[in-house]
Design a protein around this ligand. Sequence first.
Ligand SMILES: Nc1ncnc2c1ncn2[C@@H]1O[C@H](COP(=O)(O)OP(=O)(O)OP(=O)(O)O)[C@@H](O)[C@H]1O
Ligand SMILES: [Mg+2]
Length: 316
Amino acid sequence: MTKPAPLDVGFVFNDFPMRTGGKTAVRRGGDAQRQIGTMSVTSEKDTSDRGLSIENLSMRFDLPNGSHVQALKDVSLDLKQGELLSVLGPSGCGKTTLLNIVAGFLAPTEGRIVLNGHQVFGPDAERGMVFQQGALFEWMSVRDNVRFGPDMKGMPKSESAEIVDHLLDVVGLQDFKEKMVYELSGGMQQRVALARCLANDPDVILMDEPLGALDALTREKMQSLVLKLWKETGKTIILITHSVEEALLLGERLLVMAPRPGRIHKEYRLPFADMGVGADLREVKKHPDYAPTREEILNMIWNMEEEIMGRTEENA
Ligand SMILES: Nc1ncnc2c1ncn2[C@@H]1O[C@H](COP(=O)(O)OP(=O)(O)OP(=O)(O)O)[C@@H](O)[C@H]1O
Ligand SMILES: [Mg+2]
């Protein structure tokens, strides 16, 4: 079977107006003001030189038995402020390791992370994380979860209350403010997790399988929400997923990683995320490039997994 040629389809806009809470703001480009709906985040800095660089990253885990795992080898990547990158790859190819290094939870054996011109040495509120599940404070109310970050920063209560109200509105949970987290469904909890992450106003949002535990319908709704938040906030987002469809729909850039050692195998630039903002994602899937790209990536990952299985059987 002839495989379709790799896509490098365009439609990547540099500057375009967006609607935020009735006002028009500009996502990306040189505009120094970003808006989260009515919450305005003003920066003196020119945003044109802002972005995330992953430079020659390698990670080797030394094991107690004297062997080691080369989880990542020489991974390099530049993301401009406001880009949305999805990352796919077979299990064990180093996706979580990569995200943990960008988050500052792990120090790489080689290479470095540079965000907006400064090197990353540990966790910081400028890099927010959304996990698959279980990262909320279950014994606290939705409101207290969302305002946790602002409270820790010492923000006045009246200000954090405004942020909480606004963000719960954005994620569609205004009526659930007083509920305890354990009273919510999985989808609602992930909405709280997104709001809590945004309340810290991070530059970069890191998501490791954030929708992986949800049922299909809830997942589809959440995919639309992620696109909406991306477009309205201008945040840089890295989203790891096992779903090829999700990676295609949500990544304006899509990275396929390969295992042993974990490395970048192929990168795509895709039009679907931009198309999916405010549109029915099922309509986006009808784009003529969608199905061939999905098949190409599925084959790619299938072949990698077959190769891993082959190697494992040889070693058995
Ligand atoms: N703390 C650790 N100590 C030793 N090995 C580790 C550690 N963390 C990860 N690894 C190994 O590094 C490799 C990459 O792991 P990682 O969790 O990053 O993969 P992944 O792509 O996120 O996989 P999955 O899709 O299953 O979540 C794996 O072989 C894993 O066993
Ligand atoms: Mg993982």
